[in-house]
Write a protein that binds this ligand. Structure first.
Ligand SMILES: Cc1cc2nc3c(=O)[nH]c(=O)nc-3n(C[C@H](O)[C@H](O)[C@H](O)COP(=O)(O)OP(=O)(O)OC[C@H]3O[C@@H](n4cnc5c(N)ncnc54)[C@H](O)[C@@H]3O)c2cc1C
Length: 378
């Protein structure tokens, strides 16, 4: 039994109801048409789902990372694209929450909580994925402004963003210590949204290249001081990795549930295939991984909410375990359906394509292992 607050139980039940009644019927179409319906984003706004983790002082629901995980898990059970809508907003907003001064937080967080302002997190570049210290984008201070030049790659929702938190070198001679974070108006002159990547899965949102050509940004938009960008990015990921883990848990749970139901209906050799021990053991292993991942995600989320010194390690473990689980469980669920599992008529091939991304974003699972190894060996 989880020790959830009454607010968290209400959130879980509401997210479950919305997922089943409103989102589930659209999940396959979102993937097939590569389009996320505006009416679902409006529904999220109406239900205040963009506000969940942020302090009430800035218009949030004051519920923290664990609640964001509870919500993401429920949405991801039926539609990973839907879970990504508030999750990516959290990735963009968390640097403002953690690194912003009072003026920045009061200005930007309330409209983000309402979902009126969409925010992207712009870290990755063509030559700097895992190797964040190699970022080439530059922000040069001139009077009361920074001038940004460079290219970002794979930036989720950048085509619909109103603002972006952009990580750029203010001291190009330095490595990661020369990195700073700035809040950038996404409609500024000099910003061009480039190629929309043709993705394997998660086709309900666009990940695009973003070009910065002499983009002027007020110096007051600097977050946390020059040279603090790397630390801020890492602190942000400590808070958001459990949420990616929660999407993995939800995705895996959805796949397991589907496979169990199918195995009870499908008859071969005169019996439901659920009666074969070979498949029973597969499903038992899937349940073991799902349950272990869920507990690990909740533990990491509580650590993030309590600023526990172990939160970076726990967040990396949770993200790694839960998203590797999502991959394994989705592959095994396809196997349990046999040929039908491979067909687009059934949801599992979509879930399998989506699971792969979770092992890559917010630091690949190799990078999570680097984080964990550094922590346990230091
Ligand atoms: C759909 C999508 C959406 C995304 N959204 C965003 C976003 O909104 N904002 C953003 O900033 N980024 C975003 N990303 C980028 C994502 O975070 C990166 O793709 C990821 O960090 C990996 O970087 P890379 O793709 O350059 O791979 P690389 O860093 O080139 O890695 C290639 C391989 O080498 C491995 N590797 C690298 N270094 C090591 C090491 N030290 N030890 C062991 N193995 C290593 C990696 O694990 C991987 O297997 C998104 C990516 C995708 C695909």
């Amino acid at each position: 039994m989880q020790e959830f607050t009454s607010d968290q139980l209400m959130l879980r039940d509401m997210a479950r109801r919305v997922a089943d009644e409103k989102i589930s019927p659209l999940a396959a179409e979102i993937d097939a048409k590569s389009h996320y319906p505006d009416e679902l984003v409006d529904l999220f706004r109406k239900l205040d789902l963009f506000a969940i983790p942020y302090p009430e002082k800035y218009g949030g629901a004051g519920q923290g990372v664990l609640s964001a995980c509870i919500m993401a898990e429920e949405l991801a059970k039926v539609c990973s694209n839907s879970a990504m809508v508030p999750t990516t907003q959290e990735l963009g907003a968390t640097p403002i929450l953690l690194g912003g001064n009072e003026d920045q937080k009061s200005k930007y967080l309330p409209p983000i909580c309402k979902g009126e302002v969409r925010v992207s997190f712009a870290l990755t570049e063509p030559e700097a994925g895992s190797d964040v210290g190699n970022i080439q984008t530059k922000a040069v201070r001139k009077g009361n402004e920074y001038i940004i030049n460079g290219v970002k790659r794979f930036i989720s929702y950048s085509d619909v963003a109103d603002i972006m938190v952009v990580f750029a070198k203010t001291d190009p001679a330095a490595d990661a210590r020369g990195l700073s974070a700035l809040i950038v108006d996404a409609h500024s002159p000099g910003i061009t949204i480039g190629k929309h990547e043709d993705k394997m899965g998660f086709r309900g949102f666009n990940a695009c290249e973003v070009y910065f050509d002499e983009v002027h940004v007020p110096a007051e938009n600097l977050l946390a001081g020059e040279g603090q960008g790397f630390k801020l990015a890492m602190k942000t990921l400590d808070k958001t990795r459990p949420i990616v883990g929660a999407i993995g848990v939800g995705l895996a749970e959805g796949c397991l549930e589907y496979a169990i139901n199918y195995s009870k209906q499908r008859v071969q050799f005169g019996k439901p295939i659920s009666s074969f021990q070979g498949l029973q053991f597969m499903m038992a292993d899937m349940a073991i991984l799902v349950e272990a991942s869920r507990q690990m995600v909740y533990k990491a989320a509580r650590a993030a909410d309590n600023e526990d010194p172990e939160m970076a390690k726990l967040g990396a473990i949770a993200k790694c375990l839960a998203t590797d689980t999502a991959m394994r469980v989705s592959v095994d669920a396809v196997q349990i359906l046999g040929g039908s599992g491979y067909m687009r008529e059934y949801p599992l091939e979509r879930r399998m394509r989506e699971a792969k991304l979770l092992q890559i974003v917010e630091g690949t699972n190799q990078i999570q292992r680097v984080v964990i190894a550094n922590k346990i060996l230091s």
